[in-house]
Design a binder for this molecule. Structure first.
Ligand code: CP3
Length: 340
């Protein structure tokens, strides 16, 4: 078993820096497109054998040190009572706007409502045995609420921010329900066999540090405290957290995910030796010539300066038009340049 990834999550020394890529299963891989051409994205998420197949593809092709379950952060929101579509971005037909909308949401029972996710986890633990650990994941309550209130992606997230400021009691009721759903969902993934959990807060950085502390931190803290995580490290990725790392760290978790706006060395100085970090190469570096990719990998490793508890990753998801050979090269560079 390759334990580099889990060891680094716990801050233990490793023989080489472990590496995986956010969105490592996806459209940049022809092997993914071959499976995806036969069904919709949601059908792929809901068919455990196929979800397991595309989860394993990047493990074999890239040689990464961890697998991440193939699904979406919005998968468990659909059984709350919100019809979901991908076009290819997520779209909810009836966004949440009022207290009555919040009251109508139900808290799913993962084993009954998203059995396909848990089945995929079980298949993957069998098929990955002896290879690499499996990361389960969910959206942070705030990022999930962003999509539920806007109904789709947004440039300014004005509807959820308006709710926060103008109808704080509706916002709080929604966040409470989403947090409970998330806790049940992530604990079910742990029971099914997920060996680490990543919480994606893609939009947490659209708030001021003060608003993050007031409107997001209490819920993410409650979520992380509610996870049964004795042996399961929690990675907390908040995009745009660079100006408020000491606040975000208060949510708990074992590993802080960093985007590329943050200098990794400075982030480590702020977070201290008790928290591991994950990141943080700019995803567009993977369009560069091989020698530029190598130099950028070296730069990130230099910023970490050999401190234990670093997992190499991109600062956000890999882009769909990146040549797979460049991602393979990046992984090879991380392993070669970090060899102890
Ligand atoms: O990382 C992995 O390989 C695991 C799979 C995974 C997907 N989505 C598959 C996916 C994970 C971890 C996610 C998380 C996710 N989903 C986030 C948080 C991370 C981030 O990227 O910020 C968010 C915000 C979503 C919501 C979502 N799902 C969006 C905005 C989109 C469309 C974006 C796009 O690139 O077009 C999706 C669709 C989606 N999720 C795809 C994949 C592979 C593309 C769907 C397709 O095959 O058509």
């Amino acid at each position: 078993m390759n334990t580099r990834f889990l060891d680094a999550c716990w801050g233990k020394p490793v023989d080489r820096t472990p590496v995986w890529l956010m969105r490592q299963a996806g459209r940049y891989l022809p092997e993914y497109m071959a499976v995806r051409s036969k069904c919709t994205f949601l059908e792929l998420c809901k068919t455990p054998d196929l979800a397991a197949e595309v989860t394993i593809q990047p493990v074999d092709i890239l040689g990464v040190d961890a697998a991440i379950l193939f699904s979406d952060i919005l998968t468990p929101v659909e059984p709350m009572g919100m019809k979901l579509d991908f076009v290819p971005g997520p779209v909810f037909e009836h966004p949440i706007r009022t207290m009555a909308d919040v009251d109508a949401l139900r808290i799913p029972n993962p084993e009954e409502d998203v059995p396909y996710v848990l089945e995929a986890v079980k298949i993957l633990r069998r098929e990955l045995a002896g290879k690499v650990p499996l990361i389960g994941f969910g959206g942070a309550p705030f990022t999930l609420a962003c999509y539920m209130v806007e109904g789709k992606g947004s440039k300014d997230w004005a509807n959820i921010k308006r709710m926060m400021y103008a109808a704080p009691e509706v916002y709080a009721a929604l966040m409470e329900k989403v947090t409970m759903m998330d806790m049940e969902y992530l604990n079910a993934q742990i029971r099914a066999g997920a060996q680490a959990i990543q919480i994606f807060d893609t939009w947490g950085g659209v708030l001021s540090p003060t608003d993050y502390a007031r409107f997001v931190l209490p819920y993410t803290t409650k979520l992380i405290n509610g996870l049964n995580r004795q042996n399961v490290p929690v990675i907390h990725f908040v995009k745009g957290a660079g100006t408020m790392l000491e606040i975000v760290a208060q949510a708990g978790g074992d590993v802080m995910g960093l985007d590329w706006h943050t200098n990794l060395g400075k982030a480590r100085d702020i977070l201290g030796p008790g928290m591991a970090v994950q990141g943080n190469l700019d995803p567009t570096v993977l369009y560069a010539p091989k020698e530029v990719i190598e130099a950028e990998v070296q730069r990130v490793l230099d910023e970490n300066a050999g401190r234990p508890g670093h997992i190499f990753n991109l600062g956000h998801g890999i882009l769909p038009t990146v040549p797979p050979e460049n991602a393979i090269h990046m992984v090879e560079c991380v392993h070669r340049l970090s060899q102890r």
